[in-house]
Design a binder for this molecule. Structure first.
Ligand code: SF4
Ligand code: SF4
Length: 455
């Protein structure tokens, strides 16, 4: 049988999953934590604490700043040191709450036991109650996009959800946080999936996972049979061929249920699918069943020259430097620090940037891997066109962006770019395609937003 995958473009970058078999460790408590108020798509959160306030682990420190927004919870106990600005993963100073850590006192409402809670034992959990708890706990997409999860579960009246697809692909090189989570907390993830299905009022679920994770496929298949065979839900584990960027929502929907999501503003639910990451399913379990807001996450800290790369359960707000120190410190020589992996990660200028809701990896590229090759003139080979999973013409979009031809860039559908970097990775002339396209896409999206606001 042919193994499924998405239909257009794609590449096969070197995997470099250095930490696949490295069990997750709990990262020690940091001395201070930094919470940027903008760590999800939508409006920044609004502080509800002041300088000098005492907080516990799980205390809300900032409330959602609008409908598309999410509250932020303290990951530590201590004293609010300041509400100031701090450098986040965008490289800019942004408003942030800084807390000095004192002890480790948790809110009493959080259930810290390891007992596995099952949906069937909680008749009070209606669809509405599940969505309410997810919203209240500040759960957002943990794969990096950080879209508030409750919104995905309540699609507009024009769309009808038919299934939930769990994104277990983790196709970005180096990153293994989701894989470790699946191997170490599969039961909780499957309860999280059931909660997501119940919240979205669907009975069909899929788990899309690439064939480079045979142990996880075997485990998920066995556990799904145990968990769902006698239930109202039907869940299928779908092995997928290895191909980047299969973890992109549109690519995953195409690969798993063979439906094509139209160009923006269409989203997966327009073709019946709600896509959620493995980490999000875990966070949903903890939020709904354990009353635990989102304040810690699984993060990979990796790099070929790191002494001890690993996977960590990290309290959010922890400065990256603390994690790099756990792995033996920054390697000698030239290094490039990324929040995320080498394909879609953001290059950082400071190791003090904190771990946020979407930080699935701290990646350090060293030596030649850290250096950009000198760009050469385009040789019109069209390789970038062939690999683009969105069917775009990257060489053209990059040129239109460089020449600020926004009208044409919009016509050429620059907003459909998912910023996967496949074009730049493939270009034999080392053109900075993604850099140009990303800038152009932001500008065109701004133009579209202001046009809509004037209507
Ligand atoms: S970064 Fe954008 S243009 Fe380049 S391959 Fe990915 S989707 Fe296509
Ligand atoms: S891959 Fe590079 S050299 Fe080839 S057409 Fe695209 S931009 Fe030009």
């Amino acid at each position: 049988m042919k193994i499924k995958t998405f239909s257009i473009g794609g590449i096969h970058p070197e995997e470099n999953k250095l930490t696949h078999e490295v069990a997750t460790q709990v990262a020690p408590l940091p001395k201070k934590v930094i919470f940027p108020l903008s760590q999800h798509i939508g409006a920044p959160a609004t502080p509800v604490v002041q300088k000098g306030d005492k907080v516990k682990v799980g205390t809300m420190i900032a409330d959602a700043g609008g409908f598309v927004s999410a509250p932020i919870f303290s990951s530590v106990s201590g004293t609010v040191f300041n509400i100031d600005t701090a450098i986040d993963a965008t490289g800019y100073r942004k408003p942030a709450i800084i807390i000095n850590v004192e002890g480790d006192e948790w809110e009493e409402t959080i259930d810290r036991s390891d007992k596995l809670e099952l949906v069937k034992d909680h008749p009070e959990l209606t669809s509405e109650e599940i969505v309410t708890r997810i919203k209240a706990a500040g759960v957002v997409g943990m794969g990096g996009a950080c879209f508030p999860t409750f919104i995905k579960l309540t699609p507009p009246p024009t769309a009808k959800a038919e299934c939930v697809i769990i994104n277990a692909v983790e196709c970005e090189p180096y990153i293994t946080a989701d894989y470790r989570l699946m191997m170490e907390h599969v039961d909780e993830i499957l309860v999280g999936l059931e909660l997501l299905m119940k919240g979205a009022k669907v009975t069909k679920g899929y788990i899309g996972i690439e064939t480079n994770k045979p142990k996880a496929i075997e485990l998920l298949t066995k556990k799904c049979a145990e968990a769902f065979s006698a239930s109202d839900y039907s869940v299928e584990v779908v092995p997928l061929a290895q191909r980047y960027p299969q973890g992109g929502e549109k690519q995953l929907v195409d690969a798993v249920i063979n439906r094509q999501v139209p160009a923006p503003p269409a989203i997966p639910v327009n073709v019946g699918a709600i896509v959620q990451n493995v980490g999000t399913a875990f966070a949903v379990y903890q939020a709904v069943m354990k009353h635990k807001p989102l304040f810690e996450r699984y993060t990979t800290v990796t790099g070929k020259r790191l002494q001890k790369p690993g996977n960590y359960l990290v309290r959010m707000g922890t400065p990256m430097q603390d994690l790099i120190d756990l792995c033996g410190g920054m390697p000698e020589g030239d290094n490039k620090l990324l929040a995320g992996g080498p394909m879609m990660g953001k290059a950082l200028t400071s190791t003090e940037v904190p771990i946020c809701k979407g930080t699935n990896s701290v990646t350090i590229l060293s030596g030649d891997d850290a250096r950009r090759k000198e760009p050469q003139p385009c040789i019109r080979c069209a390789k970038c066109v062939g690999v683009c999973p969105m069917g775009l013409e990257p060489y053209l979009l990059a040129k239109l962006s460089a020449f600020k031809n926004w009208e044409r860039a919009e016509r050429e559908d620059i907003v459909s770019c998912i910023e996967c970097g496949s074009c730049q990775f493939t270009c034999p002339a080392h053109r900075p395609l993604l850099d140009n396209i990303r800038q152009g896409k932001q500008t065109v999206m701004g133009i579209i937003r202001s046009r809509a606001a004037k209507k």
